[in-house]
Design a protein around this ligand. Structure first.
Ligand SMILES: [Zn+2]
Length: 290
């Protein structure tokens, strides 16, 4: 027994540098024999103990944590990623009536007056009304996710029709919507119409088809919302703001400021909101987003 115990002790000492390789059965046998010194046993003891698994603790902790809420996703809005140029017509400039001219079309030498005052109602001027509705339209379109580029957000400024086209072009707008109101010496005339580019003199002929499509949708939608007389669309070749546009474009004539009944309606927020709703609905339909 003594010889056997000695041999075992020698094996243990030889293996002290690589205690983990000692088979468990050997230490069990040695222990049971009672012939191995406590020193040599204690040397191999800790090494033989199962190593703690470091991952187990955080794993358990993570299991007890409440599930993390999903990161909140922005709702997808119907006009996300769309860029719309809103162009309230006219401006108040000291250059009006000073004889400044601009070309009618990049395809023509004909010159047209650069700045126009617009028409006038009993409650509002056209330049004011166009801006009021333009800002309402901006807010409504932005609420639906669109990026809106305004050609003007004040009335007192000097901006030409070609500059308005350049704003839409530089912004990469999908469409430019010009906002106007009608005036006529015949005060009985009333109703909404939308002007669209004619093919003739159009610098970018490719914009015509989509302009006409939007114009038809818009006049129907605004007439439906407001109950105004639907005067339809009119193709125009004499508008610099169409002929220089590189993006599809329409011009709404919201109603006649020279018709007392219609002008009274046009001056109310309720009626303005209906116009905006119709315009927004037509844009949604034009984009196929409704
Ligand atoms: Zn106008």
């Amino acid at each position: 027994m003594r010889i056997l115990a000695g041999l075992l002790a020698a094996v243990m000492l030889l293996c002290s540098g690589c205690a983990r390789s000692v088979p468990e059965t050997a230490s069990m046998e040695a222990s049971s024999s009672g012939a191995i010194s406590s020193g040599s046993f204690s040397e191999s003891g800790p090494a033989l103990a199962p190593e703690p698994e470091p991952e187990s603790i955080p794993k358990l902790e993570s299991e007890t944590e409440p599930p993390k809420p999903e990161p909140e996703q922005e709702p997808v809005l119907p006009l996300d990623g769309r860029i719309i140029c809103v162009d309230p017509g006219h401006c108040i400039t000291p250059l009006v009536s000073k004889g400044y001219k601009q070309p009618l079309s990049p395809l023509s030498d004909e010159q047209k007056s650069m700045y126009g005052r617009g028409t006038q109602g009993a409650h509002l001027s056209e330049v004011e009304l166009n801006l009021i509705v333009g800002l309402k339209l901006r807010d409504a379109l932005e609420a639906l996710g669109a990026e809106v580029v305004m050609t003007r957000e004040v009335s007192e400024l000097t901006i030409s029709l070609i500059e308005r086209c350049e704003i839409a072009d530089k912004a990469g707008a999908d469409v430019k919507v010009s906002i106007h109101a009608d005036g006529n010496n015949d005060h009985s005339l009333h109703g909404v119409s939308v002007l669209v580019p004619a093919a003739e003199l159009l610098g970018t002929p490719e914009i015509r088809e989509e302009s006409v499509r939007l114009g038809e949708l818009m006049v129907d939608a605004v007439a439906e919302e407001t109950g105004a007389h639907n005067r339809g669309t009119k193709a125009r070749k004499d508008l610099t703001g169409f002929n220089f546009s590189t993006v599809p474009t329409v011009l709404i004539e919201m109603g006649f400021m020279t018709n007392p009944e219609e002008e009274t309606l046009l001056a109310t927020e309720e009626y303005q909101d209906k116009i905006v709703t119709g315009m927004v609905n037509s844009l949604l339909e034009w984009y196929g987003a409704d």
